[in-house]
Design a protein around this ligand. Structure first.
Ligand code: FES
Length: 452
């Protein structure tokens, strides 16, 4: 198959019409790419002899060997799918074989084989990564809107900043084609802001950015210690201050069969369309209410992509008027009740807000949905920061007005700390950057403060 350098494997596969990437562990339901952001695990494949590689986070390379790893006799036609039909209500595999230890042993081996986690690697293990252990003034975790805003503020103030970003691209949501920032006009594209920051960084010698590097742990102590790793290097950094900007995970709304291949997140569609020029399948349905969803629907329609409809609660807006003029079918006051299809989505059933039965069916081959975002609070929580539950966004890292967490040396900003929009994430990031700089100044002003 063909793919572009710098293009993720999952994107190249979708562009080539590959829809089923594998099967789920327990019920052997078909799986296809959903988030394209490294969070859902629906795109796991065996790549170059290594099982369970996220294909949406792995860039194409000439000669790469990419294999599906689950399903028998194949992921496309998996007879073990029968488990889903026979035991769809409940299958407790922990208590199936409890009567005999011999049977248990045999059954466990059998279940492992069937579960589809892939075989052990045949590839040579990678060489042990070089370890770099040093101290830094500030470590920023996350190169999205908030993380970059905070790092820019600190670097501009002359501080030494190490930034880790797990993906290969900096910018997070700023790279989304439909993302706009700024009040009140909300019309500055995210990539323009990213471009401005990048040109400012040229003059900041203290800013060190590591892309494709995952933070594995934050250890508590006098100072937070950050452990991060990529294929070549492992970093263990004593940070005077740590800023956590780990963002949020997009989730699909809940409805029956919401895991069918062909259903994906709005951000995944945004990435496919604007960044890689790929449309997963047509006709396409979009479900969402935000300006960015309407903008994406309009741009898709303008490019001649066949849209079966936009399902939205937004009735009166400039975006809706433009979509009407573009001839996009609009469905208001409806929700998705169920997705239908054998191995791949082929229709959506919609119902009115309080109706238990569908009153409209849309034929479609793909559907992008805007769901609730779940803040990625876990790393901050493990590092000892307090988290709290907010009814509109779930658990978020608790911060004061300066972005300081309950752990005095750790700050948090952006979606993981409750920001709901990119504009808010940017403002929080800048605020936290300034607060952290003030904090470092006051420490270095104290006697012996370099080590404070
Ligand atoms: S983790 Fe790759 S598509 Fe979600």
């Amino acid at each position: 198959m063909d793919g572009f350098a710098q293009e993720p494997v999952a994107v190249a596969l979708l562009a080539a019409g590959v829809r089923i990437f594998g099967r789920s562990l327990k019920y052997h339901r078909p799986r296809g790419a959903v988030c394209l952001d490294g969070h859902c695990s629906s795109c796991l494949l065996r790549i170059d002899g290594v099982a369970n590689v996220r294909s949406c986070q792995t860039l194409c390379r000439a000669g790469m060997v990419v294999e599906r790893q689950s399903g028998w006799p194949s992921p496309k036609f998996d007879v073990l799918r029968a488990v889903d039909w026979f035991a769809g209500d409940r299958l407790d595999h922990h208590s199936l074989f409890t009567t005999s230890s011999v049977v248990n042993r045999v059954a466990t081996g059998f279940v492992r084989k069937l579960s589809g986690l892939g075989d052990p690697p045949t590839a040579e293990p990678p060489a042990i990564a070089e370890l770099r252990n040093f101290a830094a003034e500030v470590v920023v975790i996350g190169g999205g809107t908030a993380g970059l805003a905070a790092a820019s503020q600190l670097a501009e103030a002359g501080h030494q900043v190490i930034l880790f970003e797990k993906s290969h691209h900096l910018g997070g949501r700023l790279l989304d084609g439909a993302c706009r920032l700024g009040e009140p006009e909300k019309d500055q594209p995210g990539w323009e802001i990213l471009g401005q920051w990048k040109s400012q960084w040229q003059s900041h010698a203290g800013l060190e950015i590591h892309r494709g590097t995952t933070v594995l742990a934050v250890y508590e102590g006098d100072r937070p210690q950050v452990l991060a790793s990529n294929q070549e290097t492992t970093y263990l950094i004593d940070a005077q201050r740590l800023i956590i900007c780990t963002g949020a995970y997009e989730q699909l709304p809940l409805f029956i069969n919401n895991d069918l291949p062909g259903l994906l997140s709005i951000r995944a569609l945004d990435k496919l369309f604007y960044r890689y020029g790929v449309v997963p399948a047509e006709p396409l349905v979009l479900v969402g209410n935000s300006d960015r969803c309407l903008r994406l629907a309009y741009d898709l329609a303008k490019q001649g992509v066949k849209l079966a409809g936009l399902v939205t609660q937004t009735q009166a807006s400039e975006g809706i008027e433009k979509l009407k003029q573009a001839g996009v079918p609009l469905f208001f006051d409806r929700r998705v009740l169920r997705a239908r299809g054998g191995r791949w989505l082929d229709r959506l059933e919609l119902a009115g807000p309080d109706h238990p039965e569908p009153d409209l069916v849309l034929d479609c081959q793909a559907c992008a949905l805007e769901g609730p975002s779940s803040p990625a609070y876990e790393l901050a929580h493990h590092a000892g920061c307090r988290v709290s539950f907010h009814s509109h966004s779930g658990y978020v890292v608790t911060t004061n007005e300066d972005g300081r967490t309950s752990h005095g040396q750790i700050f948090a900003a952006g979606h993981c700390a409750g920001a709901l929009s990119c504009t808010e994430a940017r403002q929080q990031g800048e605020q936290v950057g300034r607060a952290c700089a003030r904090c470092l100044h006051s420490v270095s002003a104290e006697p012996g403060g370099q080590h404070g």
